[in-house]
Write a protein that binds this ligand. Sequence first.
Ligand code: BGC
Length: 355
Amino acid sequence: MKKKKYLAAGAFLCAVSGLLCACGNTRPDLHSRIQVGVACYNQSDTFISELTDCFKEQLGLLENQGMTATVILKDAAGSQRTQDDQVKELIDEGCNVLCVNLVDRTDPSEIIDLARDHEVPIIFFNREPVAEDLMQWSGLYYVGADAEQSGVMQGELAADVIKADSRIDKDGDGKIQYVVLEGEAGHQDAIIRTEKVADTLKSQGIQLEKLSYGVANWNRAQAENRMTQMIGQHQNRIELVLANNDDMALGAIDAYTKLNITQSTFPVFFGIDGTEEGLKAVVDSKMAGTVYNDKEGQAEAMAKLAAALVSGEGMDEIPFEDEKFIYLPYEKITKDNAESFLDGRQEMTDGRKTQ
Ligand code: BGC
Protein backbone atom coordinates (compact mmCIF):
# COMPACT_ATOMS: atom_id res chain seq x y z
CA MET A 1 0.00 0.00 0.00
CA LYS A 2 2.77 2.36 1.07
CA LYS A 3 4.74 1.26 -1.97
CA LYS A 4 1.83 2.05 -4.30
CA LYS A 5 1.47 5.56 -2.95
CA TYR A 6 5.19 5.93 -3.25
CA LEU A 7 5.17 4.85 -6.88
CA ALA A 8 2.43 7.38 -7.54
CA ALA A 9 4.65 10.08 -6.08
CA GLY A 10 7.50 8.85 -8.27
CA ALA A 11 5.29 9.07 -11.33
CA PHE A 12 4.34 12.61 -10.37
CA LEU A 13 7.96 13.66 -10.08
CA CYS A 14 8.68 12.15 -13.50
CA ALA A 15 5.73 14.15 -14.78
CA VAL A 16 7.19 17.31 -13.27
CA SER A 17 10.50 16.75 -14.96
CA GLY A 18 8.67 15.84 -18.16
CA LEU A 19 6.94 19.22 -18.05
CA LEU A 20 10.26 20.97 -17.64
CA CYS A 21 11.51 19.22 -20.75
CA ALA A 22 8.28 19.83 -22.66
CA CYS A 23 8.71 23.57 -22.12
CA GLY A 24 12.18 23.32 -23.57
CA ASN A 25 13.56 24.22 -20.13
CA THR A 26 16.31 21.62 -20.00
CA ARG A 27 18.84 24.10 -18.65
CA PRO A 28 19.17 23.64 -14.92
CA ASP A 29 17.81 26.63 -13.01
CA LEU A 30 18.34 27.40 -9.35
CA HIS A 31 15.64 24.97 -8.29
CA SER A 32 16.74 22.03 -10.39
CA ARG A 33 20.36 22.25 -9.28
CA ILE A 34 20.43 19.83 -6.40
CA GLN A 35 23.52 19.79 -4.27
CA VAL A 36 23.15 17.07 -1.67
CA GLY A 37 25.35 16.79 1.39
CA VAL A 38 25.35 13.28 2.82
CA ALA A 39 26.63 12.76 6.36
CA CYS A 40 27.09 9.10 7.35
CA TYR A 41 27.66 7.76 10.85
CA ASN A 42 30.24 5.25 9.61
CA GLN A 43 31.02 4.45 6.01
CA SER A 44 32.61 1.11 6.97
CA ASP A 45 29.10 -0.18 7.88
CA THR A 46 28.17 -2.61 5.09
CA PHE A 47 24.49 -1.69 4.87
CA ILE A 48 25.17 2.07 4.95
CA SER A 49 27.81 1.80 2.26
CA GLU A 50 25.44 -0.24 0.02
CA LEU A 51 22.63 2.25 0.70
CA THR A 52 24.76 5.30 -0.18
CA ASP A 53 25.88 3.60 -3.42
CA CYS A 54 22.21 3.16 -4.34
CA PHE A 55 21.52 6.78 -3.42
CA LYS A 56 24.23 8.04 -5.75
CA GLU A 57 22.69 5.98 -8.56
CA GLN A 58 19.27 7.46 -7.81
CA LEU A 59 20.64 10.99 -7.95
CA GLY A 60 22.18 10.14 -11.31
CA LEU A 61 18.69 9.28 -12.57
CA LEU A 62 17.42 12.72 -11.61
CA GLU A 63 19.97 14.13 -14.03
CA ASN A 64 18.18 12.22 -16.81
CA GLN A 65 15.07 14.15 -15.80
CA GLY A 66 16.46 17.61 -16.40
CA MET A 67 17.91 18.25 -12.95
CA THR A 68 21.59 18.35 -12.10
CA ALA A 69 22.54 16.58 -8.92
CA THR A 70 25.88 16.61 -7.18
CA VAL A 71 26.67 14.83 -3.95
CA ILE A 72 29.30 15.44 -1.28
CA LEU A 73 29.67 12.55 1.15
CA LYS A 74 31.22 12.82 4.62
CA ASP A 75 32.02 9.96 7.00
CA ALA A 76 31.85 10.73 10.73
CA ALA A 77 33.57 7.41 11.58
CA GLY A 78 31.42 7.07 14.71
CA SER A 79 31.87 10.57 16.22
CA GLN A 80 28.85 12.87 16.65
CA ARG A 81 31.14 15.85 17.20
CA THR A 82 32.88 15.15 13.86
CA GLN A 83 29.48 14.87 12.20
CA ASP A 84 28.33 18.23 13.61
CA ASP A 85 31.44 19.85 12.07
CA GLN A 86 30.92 18.02 8.78
CA VAL A 87 27.35 19.26 8.51
CA LYS A 88 28.60 22.84 8.95
CA GLU A 89 31.15 22.21 6.18
CA LEU A 90 28.46 20.80 3.88
CA ILE A 91 26.34 23.91 4.39
CA ASP A 92 29.37 26.17 3.82
CA GLU A 93 30.12 24.24 0.63
CA GLY A 94 26.71 25.24 -0.71
CA CYS A 95 24.55 22.13 -0.21
CA ASN A 96 20.87 22.95 -0.62
CA VAL A 97 19.61 19.72 0.96
CA LEU A 98 21.20 17.41 3.56
CA CYS A 99 20.84 13.67 4.13
CA VAL A 100 21.95 12.82 7.64
CA ASN A 101 22.59 9.37 9.10
CA LEU A 102 23.07 10.46 12.72
CA VAL A 103 25.85 8.98 14.83
CA ASP A 104 23.80 9.50 17.98
CA ARG A 105 20.13 9.46 17.09
CA THR A 106 19.27 11.15 20.39
CA ASP A 107 21.56 14.13 19.77
CA PRO A 108 20.61 15.96 16.55
CA SER A 109 20.10 19.43 18.12
CA GLU A 110 23.25 21.08 16.84
CA ILE A 111 22.65 19.82 13.30
CA ILE A 112 19.02 20.91 13.39
CA ASP A 113 19.96 24.41 14.60
CA LEU A 114 22.57 24.79 11.85
CA ALA A 115 20.19 23.65 9.14
CA ARG A 116 17.34 25.83 10.37
CA ASP A 117 19.58 28.92 10.58
CA HIS A 118 20.65 28.39 6.95
CA GLU A 119 17.22 27.12 5.79
CA VAL A 120 18.66 23.88 4.41
CA PRO A 121 16.19 20.99 4.80
CA ILE A 122 17.35 17.67 6.28
CA ILE A 123 16.34 14.16 5.33
CA PHE A 124 17.46 11.96 8.24
CA PHE A 125 17.84 8.34 7.21
CA ASN A 126 18.31 4.88 8.74
CA ARG A 127 18.98 6.11 12.30
CA GLU A 128 15.66 7.55 13.39
CA PRO A 129 15.63 10.67 15.56
CA VAL A 130 12.97 10.78 18.25
CA ALA A 131 9.71 12.30 17.01
CA GLU A 132 10.03 15.36 19.29
CA ASP A 133 13.27 16.35 17.58
CA LEU A 134 11.74 16.02 14.12
CA MET A 135 8.97 18.37 15.21
CA GLN A 136 11.47 21.16 15.97
CA TRP A 137 11.28 22.54 12.43
CA SER A 138 9.18 22.01 9.29
CA GLY A 139 12.26 21.27 7.14
CA LEU A 140 13.00 17.91 8.84
CA TYR A 141 12.09 14.47 7.42
CA TYR A 142 12.93 10.80 7.96
CA VAL A 143 13.34 7.93 5.49
CA GLY A 144 13.78 4.41 6.84
CA ALA A 145 11.93 1.18 7.57
CA ASP A 146 9.67 -0.12 10.31
CA ALA A 147 11.95 -1.88 12.83
CA GLU A 148 9.07 -3.88 14.32
CA GLN A 149 8.24 -5.41 10.95
CA SER A 150 11.82 -6.69 10.54
CA GLY A 151 11.80 -8.34 13.98
CA VAL A 152 8.43 -9.98 13.35
CA MET A 153 9.53 -11.26 9.94
CA GLN A 154 12.76 -12.69 11.34
CA GLY A 155 10.71 -14.47 14.02
CA GLU A 156 8.29 -15.87 11.44
CA LEU A 157 11.13 -17.12 9.27
CA ALA A 158 12.81 -18.81 12.24
CA ALA A 159 9.51 -20.35 13.42
CA ASP A 160 8.87 -21.85 9.96
CA VAL A 161 12.35 -23.40 9.83
CA ILE A 162 12.16 -24.78 13.39
CA LYS A 163 8.71 -26.30 12.82
CA ALA A 164 9.85 -27.91 9.57
CA ASP A 165 13.00 -29.56 10.97
CA SER A 166 12.98 -31.32 14.34
CA ARG A 167 16.78 -31.77 14.18
CA ILE A 168 17.21 -28.07 15.03
CA ASP A 169 16.26 -28.94 18.62
CA LYS A 170 19.55 -30.82 18.92
CA ASP A 171 19.05 -32.08 22.48
CA GLY A 172 15.38 -32.88 21.86
CA ASP A 173 14.21 -31.11 25.05
CA GLY A 174 11.30 -29.39 23.26
CA LYS A 175 12.93 -25.99 23.73
CA ILE A 176 15.17 -24.00 21.43
CA GLN A 177 18.29 -22.74 23.16
CA TYR A 178 19.26 -19.47 21.47
CA VAL A 179 21.56 -16.47 21.58
CA VAL A 180 21.13 -12.98 20.16
CA LEU A 181 23.74 -10.77 18.51
CA GLU A 182 22.64 -7.20 19.00
CA GLY A 183 23.44 -3.99 17.11
CA GLU A 184 24.39 -0.77 18.90
CA ALA A 185 22.75 -0.10 22.23
CA GLY A 186 20.21 2.68 21.73
CA HIS A 187 19.64 2.09 17.98
CA GLN A 188 15.92 1.74 17.24
CA ASP A 189 16.52 -1.35 15.08
CA ALA A 190 18.61 -3.18 17.69
CA ILE A 191 16.13 -2.61 20.52
CA ILE A 192 12.96 -3.40 18.59
CA ARG A 193 14.28 -6.30 16.48
CA THR A 194 15.61 -8.07 19.58
CA GLU A 195 12.29 -7.76 21.37
CA LYS A 196 10.00 -8.58 18.46
CA VAL A 197 11.84 -11.62 17.14
CA ALA A 198 11.51 -13.43 20.48
CA ASP A 199 7.87 -12.32 20.95
CA THR A 200 7.02 -13.62 17.49
CA LEU A 201 8.69 -17.00 18.00
CA LYS A 202 6.79 -17.42 21.28
CA SER A 203 3.51 -16.41 19.71
CA GLN A 204 4.13 -19.08 17.05
CA GLY A 205 4.28 -21.68 19.82
CA ILE A 206 8.07 -22.13 19.92
CA GLN A 207 9.43 -22.77 23.43
CA LEU A 208 12.57 -20.70 23.90
CA GLU A 209 15.47 -20.60 26.30
CA LYS A 210 17.76 -17.59 25.95
CA LEU A 211 21.29 -18.67 26.81
CA SER A 212 23.05 -15.37 26.24
CA TYR A 213 23.43 -12.27 24.09
CA GLY A 214 26.31 -10.17 22.81
CA VAL A 215 26.37 -6.56 21.66
CA ALA A 216 28.44 -6.46 18.46
CA ASN A 217 27.53 -3.00 17.09
CA TRP A 218 26.41 -4.29 13.66
CA ASN A 219 29.98 -5.43 13.02
CA ARG A 220 31.15 -8.77 11.63
CA ALA A 221 34.48 -8.97 13.48
CA GLN A 222 32.92 -7.99 16.81
CA ALA A 223 30.20 -10.59 16.29
CA GLU A 224 32.81 -13.25 15.65
CA ASN A 225 34.45 -12.36 18.99
CA ARG A 226 31.20 -12.36 20.92
CA MET A 227 30.13 -15.63 19.33
CA THR A 228 33.48 -17.27 20.12
CA GLN A 229 32.97 -16.30 23.79
CA MET A 230 29.41 -17.62 23.81
CA ILE A 231 30.48 -20.92 22.23
CA GLY A 232 33.13 -21.17 24.96
CA GLN A 233 30.43 -20.75 27.60
CA HIS A 234 27.67 -22.88 26.13
CA GLN A 235 29.51 -25.33 23.87
CA ASN A 236 27.16 -27.26 21.58
CA ARG A 237 23.98 -26.24 23.45
CA ILE A 238 23.31 -23.29 21.10
CA GLU A 239 20.61 -24.24 18.57
CA LEU A 240 19.66 -20.87 17.11
CA VAL A 241 21.52 -17.60 16.48
CA LEU A 242 19.38 -14.52 15.92
CA ALA A 243 21.43 -11.59 14.68
CA ASN A 244 20.10 -8.03 14.35
CA ASN A 245 21.81 -7.80 10.95
CA ASP A 246 23.51 -9.94 8.29
CA ASP A 247 27.05 -8.82 9.07
CA MET A 248 26.70 -10.10 12.65
CA ALA A 249 25.13 -13.39 11.47
CA LEU A 250 28.11 -13.80 9.13
CA GLY A 251 30.49 -13.04 12.02
CA ALA A 252 28.81 -15.80 14.07
CA ILE A 253 29.28 -18.26 11.19
CA ASP A 254 32.95 -17.16 10.98
CA ALA A 255 33.36 -18.08 14.67
CA TYR A 256 32.02 -21.63 14.15
CA THR A 257 34.08 -22.08 11.01
CA LYS A 258 37.34 -20.88 12.61
CA LEU A 259 36.82 -23.15 15.62
CA ASN A 260 36.58 -26.08 13.18
CA ILE A 261 33.26 -27.17 14.64
CA THR A 262 31.59 -29.92 12.60
CA GLN A 263 29.15 -28.24 10.26
CA SER A 264 26.34 -30.73 10.95
CA THR A 265 26.27 -29.52 14.59
CA PHE A 266 26.06 -25.79 13.73
CA PRO A 267 23.00 -23.91 15.01
CA VAL A 268 20.74 -22.17 12.48
CA PHE A 269 21.56 -18.52 11.76
CA PHE A 270 19.21 -15.67 10.82
CA GLY A 271 20.14 -12.12 9.81
CA ILE A 272 18.44 -8.96 8.57
CA ASP A 273 19.34 -6.69 5.61
CA GLY A 274 19.90 -8.89 2.56
CA THR A 275 23.32 -7.38 1.89
CA GLU A 276 25.17 -8.92 -1.01
CA GLU A 277 27.17 -11.18 1.33
CA GLY A 278 24.06 -11.99 3.34
CA LEU A 279 22.09 -13.02 0.25
CA LYS A 280 24.96 -15.21 -0.92
CA ALA A 281 25.08 -16.91 2.50
CA VAL A 282 21.37 -17.72 2.18
CA VAL A 283 21.87 -19.05 -1.36
CA ASP A 284 24.72 -21.25 -0.03
CA SER A 285 22.55 -22.45 2.92
CA LYS A 286 24.99 -21.00 5.45
CA MET A 287 22.29 -18.68 6.75
CA ALA A 288 18.72 -20.05 7.04
CA GLY A 289 17.09 -16.74 6.17
CA THR A 290 17.21 -12.98 6.26
CA VAL A 291 14.87 -10.00 5.94
CA TYR A 292 15.34 -7.55 3.09
CA ASN A 293 16.03 -3.99 4.22
CA ASP A 294 15.02 -2.23 1.01
CA LYS A 295 18.02 -0.01 0.36
CA GLU A 296 16.98 0.62 -3.25
CA GLY A 297 13.54 1.82 -2.12
CA GLN A 298 15.00 3.97 0.66
CA ALA A 299 17.57 5.49 -1.71
CA GLU A 300 14.86 6.25 -4.26
CA ALA A 301 12.63 7.87 -1.63
CA MET A 302 15.53 10.01 -0.42
CA ALA A 303 16.44 11.15 -3.93
CA LYS A 304 12.86 12.02 -4.84
CA LEU A 305 12.26 13.85 -1.59
CA ALA A 306 15.53 15.77 -2.04
CA ALA A 307 14.42 16.78 -5.55
CA ALA A 308 10.99 17.86 -4.32
CA LEU A 309 12.45 19.87 -1.45
CA VAL A 310 14.86 21.74 -3.69
CA SER A 311 12.47 22.30 -6.61
CA GLY A 312 9.46 22.99 -4.39
CA GLU A 313 7.40 20.77 -6.70
CA GLY A 314 5.50 17.62 -5.83
CA MET A 315 5.79 17.61 -2.04
CA ASP A 316 2.05 17.07 -1.65
CA GLU A 317 2.31 13.85 -3.68
CA ILE A 318 4.88 12.19 -1.40
CA PRO A 319 3.34 9.45 0.78
CA PHE A 320 4.38 10.72 4.18
CA GLU A 321 3.21 9.26 7.43
CA ASP A 322 2.51 12.11 9.85
CA GLU A 323 3.78 14.57 7.24
CA LYS A 324 7.45 13.75 7.87
CA PHE A 325 8.14 10.02 7.78
CA ILE A 326 8.60 7.61 4.85
CA TYR A 327 8.90 3.91 5.75
CA LEU A 328 9.75 1.28 3.12
CA PRO A 329 8.49 -2.27 3.76
CA TYR A 330 10.78 -5.21 4.57
CA GLU A 331 10.56 -8.59 2.77
CA LYS A 332 11.33 -12.15 3.92
CA ILE A 333 14.17 -13.99 2.22
CA THR A 334 14.81 -17.74 2.22
CA LYS A 335 16.80 -20.02 -0.04
CA ASP A 336 13.75 -20.11 -2.36
CA ASN A 337 13.91 -16.43 -3.32
CA ALA A 338 17.43 -15.28 -2.31
CA GLU A 339 18.88 -15.79 -5.77
CA SER A 340 16.13 -13.70 -7.33
CA PHE A 341 16.95 -10.90 -4.88
CA LEU A 342 20.59 -11.05 -5.95
CA ASP A 343 19.60 -11.02 -9.64
CA GLY A 344 16.39 -9.02 -9.33
CA ARG A 345 17.88 -6.15 -7.39
CA GLN A 346 20.63 -5.92 -9.95
CA GLU A 347 18.08 -5.86 -12.77
CA MET A 348 15.98 -3.32 -10.91
CA THR A 349 19.00 -1.08 -10.46
CA ASP A 350 19.92 -1.49 -14.13
CA GLY A 351 16.29 -0.89 -15.14
CA ARG A 352 16.10 2.29 -13.10
CA LYS A 353 19.33 3.45 -14.74
CA THR A 354 17.88 3.11 -18.23
CA GLN A 355 14.49 4.67 -17.44
C1 BGC B 1 20.92 -2.14 9.47
C2 BGC B 1 22.31 -2.44 9.95
C3 BGC B 1 23.13 -1.17 9.98
C4 BGC B 1 22.43 -0.12 10.81
C5 BGC B 1 23.21 1.18 10.80
C6 BGC B 1 20.31 -1.06 10.34
O1 BGC B 1 19.06 -0.72 9.84
O2 BGC B 1 20.13 -3.30 9.54
O3 BGC B 1 22.95 -3.37 9.12
O4 BGC B 1 24.40 -1.47 10.51
O5 BGC B 1 21.13 0.09 10.33
O6 BGC B 1 22.53 2.22 11.40
